[in-house]
Design a protein around this ligand. Structure first.
Ligand code: ADP
Ligand code: MG
Length: 988
């Protein structure tokens, strides 16, 4: 069998790779033969023998043939004994022994690459080979699936092999407790979705307060199933954990009703133009109509009349002509004038919205400039060149101008996000509203993505539009892109039916090569040319006719749609025709898997968005192969060719018969936005397209593919861009997270504390010593307000130079701290020291994330200033990060003496301080330290006051109780003292 596989003509590189692995396949099969006489017990003992060899230093590569043979042999035994396995509540008999191509797939996965294997080739089984092998190291192998259902299914199903061979298998599911999660990660093998893995990473590294809070144990090897869906489609939205916001600047609800009014005005304006265009068309003035419709397109791209005109090749061409003409350089002023004839313009392609003068006047008649970004460069220039003002005045003016600029930018940003929310984002297409929440619908897959949010205020803008609760209360607490999460693994591998079209991206971003594995049996699927229609209506009518015809014959059909909305339209049409069918839109994974599994039965009609039931095998029932097998219809070409291939691949698995065809129309989004409509319209005329009739021609397929390639390219650029920005964040995150991990895991957190404090002392001393004259008073003041050192100016004067000052301060800090620790519960000290550091890091890091979000938003405005926004972003982000590190150190110093494991420890420490201070200072009983004064705000009784909330709070403050200082917040969230028994704000 393997021989004819290799006779098949494949890409030469693949062919070479597959050929290279063939001897190993033979070796595995030879070894497997040798395993047959063994008892099951003896087979199982191989696992411990392998582990022993690895412990002795042998590499996994050397063990590969034997380990693969063991897995294969285990499968053979299962098959022979017809072992029944309980998978998601159903008994499935085991009946698979890895084919040779599957062994090759397993080797490709082991080598850290992507194995492209068609749907139905048994990738689930393929993954067990490298998973078993690599799990022998004990470092933990992660198998990533697209949803929770598949994680559970595969861990139960394939788990039988691992368990039989003496390995442990875990499975992550949404909603598991921390302890459960830790147990899953402790297993040799862990199945789970990419969000579960990613969020655990963020919680472990960004929020855990003790090592016991951490659940993961490293990132050794991950195999990603449906890798394209995860590393490409999902990678467009980063994983974000959000929490209560510290600052809120949005004004969406404030502007919402005026924007609604503005949109209404604009719509009626555009409808007028569209009506005028209609008259012009009737009068035979096509160019005139084109110009008017181009304006409509700018102002209201989803205008009904416009969409109708776009269907007609003649008017469509006129619109394109007008557009082409207007975008010529010589016509810039005219284009500008056109834009000024409406309230705002929408660029659907780039998802941008711009207010015009008219729009600004409408929103704020008294001051249209209210919605204009001030020209900071000119303003600053004017300030600089004003000879009448002093340098100090100029500085003030510049600061005021800067503040004004930032305020205006924020305002304009809010407005343009609202405009996008109203004019580009459609309910039930881009998002759905459920339980008073706006939930994003993945536009490729139709899958709901609860918990994910559009960034940059867009999500809030859509919430404002829908009149649901605007989640102003959330801000990013921790975030990572999927790209950067998976880059953490020492070794990464993936499998999918469709990777080849994206091979470049896998290579560039993840350094993952793609190897196309031949199918076990030749694929006999028939892919028909696309059928092209003028209008969506005609297309859908023809589609329903086709479904009726095939359904009457009993042939099963799978109808793939691009959105939830269009599945529902088709479902309505089928209901009218009394054709029984199932609709799936990737909301209920298990149920849908069961339905999809039956999509190959006689007479079944299944409508599904792309993601629905992915990963579930469609088997044909008896009699169906004779009818031609499963017929797959795409109701629209997706933006990406890969998704189309994925859909076609749902049929004709393992040598089954099957066929596929796409139905498209000029009204489809892809064609409207990216199609080379002029060329296609020309082709259609040439090919003699009649009304109401679909047209088929290989030329048309090629035009559609060109459009798709264009979108793919653009989407890749967007992902790359996101990543370039995240790379900056990633470096910073790595620094902070590894610092945090160090703190959590070190046996000596005090060393970390003092290192940090010493650095701060060093910086403070250098800063004061660097002035002329030396600022001794400032240094004494800083030291005494930050810490209870009772430092006198003379102490420093007697000590010598700045190096001695540093030494003196460091010594005093240690003495004071020794005293403090005396009153602490020795058990609690280490934890407290960790809190001192983590409290500072977490609170300020989250503030920093917030500021970085702001920087991201504002940086794009600088593109107008002819600066490269990415370079600017990197520069500023670097500066902000340095500042962050300094602030963390400062806060650690402050926290050091202000947090205690119990109130009495704190009080005893304060009481013990007077012996050390003396020298004319107020006795400590009345004013224990400068430090506690600065926090309490008074003199006598200051400590009482500062501690009062702490007393009220009592020793057993629960993490979910309200914070005594800010009852609106939960205790655990009020100051970033995550997990601390002491609220730092209260203690401080
Ligand atoms: P993929 O993920 O590649 O689309 P699956 O892992 O879902 O494929 O497997 C598809 C079907 O093929 C399953 O029903 C599985 O039981 C079957 N299968 C896989 N490998 C073999 C094998 N070696 N022999 C027989 N059946 C197999
Ligand atoms: Mg699969």
């Amino acid at each position: 069998m393997i021989n004819w596989v290799f006779k098949k003509i494949l890409g030469t590189q693949n062919q070479r790779e597959v050929r290279r692995l063939t001897p190993l396949v033979q070796e595995i099969n030879r070894l497997e033969d040798g395993l047959r006489p063994l008892s099951f017990e003896e087979l199982r003992s191989k696992t411990s023998a392998f582990r022993e060899r690895i412990a002795q230093g042998e590499g996994v590569d050397a063990i590969l043939p034997e380990a693969f043979a063991v897995v294969k042999n285990c499968c053979r035994r299962f098959t022979e004994e017809k072992r029944k396995i309980r998978v998601r509540g159903q008994e499935i008999p085991w009946e698979m022994i890895p084919f040779d191509v599957q062994l090759i797939g397993g080797m490709v996965l082991h080598s850290g690459r992507i194995a492209e294997m068609a749907t139905g080739e048994g990738k689930t089984l393929v993954a067990t080979l490298p998973t078993y092998l690599n799990a022998l190291t004990g470092k933990g192998v992660h198998v990533v699936t697209v949803n929770d259902y598949l994680a559970a299914r595969d861990s139960e199903w394939m788990g039988e092999v691992y368990r039989e061979l003496g390995l442990t298998v875990g499975c992550l599911q949404h909603g598991q407790s921390q302890a459960e999660r830790r147990a899953q990660y402790a297993c040799d093998i862990t199945y789970g979705t990419c969000s579960e893995f990613g969020f655990d990473y963020l919680r472990d590294n960004g929020m855990a307060a003790t090592p016991e809070d951490q659940v993961q144990r490293g990132h050794f090897y991950a195999i990603i199933d449906e890798v394209d869906s995860i590393l490409i489609d999902e990678a467009r939205t980063p994983l974000i954990i959000s929490g209560p916001v510290t600052v809120s600047t949005h004004q969406f609800d404030k502007y919402r009703s005026s924007i609604e009014g503005l949109v209404r005005k604009q719509n009626s304006l555009c409808t007028d133009w569209a009506n005028q265009a209609k008259e012009k068309v009737e009068a035979g003035d096509l160019p005139g109509a084109g110009r008017l419709l181009f304006k409509v397109k700018l102002g209201s791209p989803r205008n009904k009349l416009l969409l109708k005109f776009m269907e007609d090749p003649g008017t469509r061409r006129a619109i394109d002509d007008a557009e082409l003409e207007m975008y010529q350089d010589t016509r810039r002023t005219e284009l500008y004038k056109t834009k000024e004839e409406m309230y705002f313009t929408i660029d659907e392609r780039n998802s941008e919205a711009d207010l015009s003068e008219m729009g600004r006047k409408f929103l704020n008649p008294s001051d249209p400039n209210f919605f204009l970004v001030p020209d900071l460069i000119t303003i600053n220039h004017d300030i600089d060149t004003n000879a009448a003002h002093s340098a100090e005045e100029k500085l003030k003016e510049k600061q005021a101008a800067q503040a004004n600029y930032e305020e205006a930018s924020q305002r304009i940003h809010n407005i343009s996000q609202l405009l996008r929310a109203y004019c580009v984002f459609e309910k039930d297409v881009h998002y759905v509203v459920q339980e008073n929440k706006v939930i994003i619908v993945d536009e490729y897959t139709g899958r709901l993505m609860p918990g994910r949010r559009w960034s940059d205020g867009l999500h809030q803008a859509v919430e404002a539009k829908e009149g649901v609760q605007i989640d102003r209360e959330t801000q990013t607490l921790a975030t990572i892109t999927i790209q950067n999460y998976f880059r953490l693994y020492e070794k990464l591998a993936g499998m999918t039916g469709t990777a080849e079209t994206e091979a470049n991206e896998f290579k560039d971003i993840y350094r993952l090569g793609v190897v196309v594995i031949p199918t076990n049996r030749a694929c006999v699927r028939k892919d028909a040319d696309d059928l092209i229609f003028k209008t969506r209506r005609e297309k859908l009518n023809a589609l329903i006719e086709e479904i009726k015809k095939r359904n009457a014959a009993g042939q099963p059909m799978l109808v793939g749609t691009a959105s939830v909305e269009s599945s529902e339209i088709i479902s309505r049409m089928l209901r009218r025709e009394n054709i029984p069918h199932n609709v799936l839109n990737a909301k209920y994974h298990q149920q849908e898997a069961e339905i999809v599994a039956r999509a190959g039965e006689r007479g079944a009609v299944t409508i599904a968005t792309n993601m629905a039931g992915r990963g579930t095998d469609i088997k044909l029932s008896p009699g169906v192969p004779e009818l031609g097998g499963l017929h797959v219809v795409g109701t629209e070409r997706h933006e990406s060719r890969r998704i189309d291939r994925q859909l076609r691949g749902r049929c004709a698995r393992q040598g089954d018969p099957g066929s596929s065809q796409f139905y498209i129309s000029f009204e489809d989004d892809l064609m409207r936005n990216f199609g080379d409509s002029r060329r296609i319209a020309g082709l259609m005329t040439k090919l003699g397209m009649e009304d109401n009739e679909g047209l088929q021609h290989p030329w048309l397929n090629r035009s559609v593919e060109t459009a798709q390639k264009r979108v793919e390219q653009r989407n890749y650029q967007i992902r790359k861009h996101t990543l370039q920005y995240d790379d900056v964040m990633n470096q910073q995150r790595t620094v902070i997270y590894s610092w945090r991990t160090e703190i959590l895991t070190t046996e000596d957190p005090r060393k970390e504390v003092f290192e940090t404090v010493d650095e701060k002392i060093g910086a403070e001393v250098e800063a004061r010593a660097g002035t002329d004259p030396v600022d001794l008073d400032g240094l004494v003041h800083w030291a005494n307000t930050a810490m209870p050192l009772g430092l006198q100016k003379e102490d420093l004067q007697n000590a010598g130079g700045k190096d001695q000052w540093k030494e003196l301060l460091k010594r005093r800090v240690r003495e004071a701290y020794e005293l403090k620790v005396k009153f602490e519960n020795p058990e609690a000290v280490k934890a407290l020291e960790r809190y001192v550091l983590l409290g500072a890091i977490d609170r300020l890091w989250q503030e920093h994330l917030y500021a970085m979000d702001g920087l991201r938003t504002s940086i794009n405005l600088r593109a107008y200033g002819q600066k490269d926004p990415l370079i600017e972003y990197k520069r500023e982000a670097y500066g902000m990060f340095e500042e962050l590190m300094e602030r963390i150190k400062g806060e650690v110093v402050l926290n050091l003496f202000r947090s205690a494991s119990s109130l009495s420890a704190f009080e005893h420490f304060l009481a013990a301080l007077p012996q050390r201070t003396g020298r004319g200072e107020l006795p400590v009983q009345a004013q224990p330290t400068e430090a506690s004064l600065s926090m309490g705000g008074g003199k006598a009784g200051a400590v009482e006051e500062a501690l009062a909330p702490m007393k009220r709070q009592g020793p057993k403050q629960g993490r979910n109780d309200p914070c005594p200082l800010d009852p609106n917040k939960k205790f655990k969230n009020c100051c970033g003292a995550s997990g601390s028994k002491v609220c730092f704000k209260v203690a401080a």
